[in-house]
Design a protein around this ligand. Sequence first.
Ligand code: ZN
Length: 163
Amino acid sequence: MSHAPPPACPFCASAHPVHKPLAESTHWKLYRHADPVPIAGWMMLATRAHRSGLEAMSDEESAQLGALLRALAQATQAVTGATRIYSLSFNEAVPHFHMHIIPRFAEHASTQSWALADFYRSVAGGTEHGADAATAARVASEIASEVRTLLPAVWSASSITHG
Ligand SMILES: [Zn+2]
């Protein structure tokens, strides 16, 4: 009897480089958003385990979340120079609870507040260009390096991938 087919989860099943975590803690993994990404530096902080949302987190997961979110927002701002750092979460496409951490720039009016959702759909649908994939990969790698510097004790050194 073979194992059941793997779950339809891009984080668990995919070997695609974009779905490789850039950093890992005991309960969380740091990813960059898959291409096409609307804005370079769009990061995702996800639970290791499948969780439907905030309400399903363990004590340990929730205890780490605040420090990780702050460090990730600070690292994203430091690397990108963004005007603001957005955070949001839906948990519809991936069965891991995950927060999107997004740099928003004053000169890019079409990403302000809920307009970001329209821009996101335009990029996903191919009617507007998002970030260049190579740039998005480089910026995400820099953010991952910075967030490791901010919280060195939380991230597992062996999990950090470069490039
Ligand atoms: Zn999964």
